[in-house]
Design a protein around this ligand. Sequence first.
Ligand SMILES: Nc1ncnc2c1ncn2[C@@H]1O[C@H](COP(=O)(O)OP(=O)(O)O)[C@@H](O)[C@H]1O
Ligand SMILES: [Mg+2]
Length: 336
Amino acid sequence: MVNIEHVSVEFKGKDHAFKAVNDVSLRIKKGEIFGIVGTSGAGKSTLLRTINLLQKPTSGNIFIDSVNITNFTGSALRSVRHKIGMIFQHFNLIHTKTVYDNIAFPMAISGLKQEEIKNRVLELAKLVGLSDKIRFYPSQLSGGQKQRVGIARALANKPRILLCDEPTSALDLETTNSILDLLKDIHQKTKITTVFITHEMDVIKKICTRVAVMDKGVVVESADAYDIFALPKHPFTKKLVSHTLNLELPKRVFNDVKGVLLKIIYSGEKAEESILSDVIRKFGVDINILHGKIEYINEIPLGILIVNIKNENGAKLDNIIKHLKQRTASVEVFHG
Ligand SMILES: Nc1ncnc2c1ncn2[C@@H]1O[C@H](COP(=O)(O)OP(=O)(O)O)[C@@H](O)[C@H]1O
Ligand SMILES: [Mg+2]
């Protein structure tokens, strides 16, 4: 659907050039919600903006439905953009226009008839839950309501692709959840191909099916969202994941603990008790659970355990780890 092939974006400073996006290749499939996560300054917005050519790549190509749009200009570019909606962190509404006129704006530009515009605005206002606010101005709305207007406006021309540039980063947790629920609901109804960028793994966890992790202009890792959380490979991804899963233990645990700490990841449908009690019985060891939780990655359960196996090392410990590995997604010695 959207193919980003070897795209780089270089900004020229006074004395040096700077690559905000460095040779990124991604394939975003029709109908999926694809996440791009990374810390501030990673190049996420710049990369996202190459998809509708708000930012022209310095090199590389953008394909939409196998058509290379990289050098499109004029009416060809306009018709591509027509099919791509975009929402922003700070909503980017027109403050002097009502909710109705903000949503109507892209349709007026496209030259739709007043009657058509009216029907569509009312339909969209209903979809985003703002039917009773269409005569309000943005200054009279909460952050969440402003973003709902932003979403309705982005969908006005029935786009096939929705670009989301940190749409929940200016919102509190509860409002974030309601906006994510709305986007999921819209996605379920329309199957619109969605690219979602964020600096928060928690947001990825709730909405994305696949993820690319970006650091310093480079995509360091991309995989199914579940695998990114269960089995992160790149050190940067590991750091992001461990931070968001909140697996930190008090320092004294590491000092006091006898034996080894293991981090066990398992499919959340498997009960941890049976896995552990089986090991206790089979190997005659003591196991303490120090941390245990089930996370939901795009509604699929993922179990995480930090356990302490006392007084074991060498071959027996290796055998225990081997045994656990056969029954779980991953087992590794945990250093915090
Ligand atoms: N128009 C621009 N001119 C010069 N530098 C820019 C421009 N846009 C972004 N940058 C720089 O590119 C880097 C990546 O920015 P951005 O894509 O906004 O990152 P992110 O969205 O991940 O926070 C930053 O260092 C930023 O300062
Ligand atoms: Mg950004």
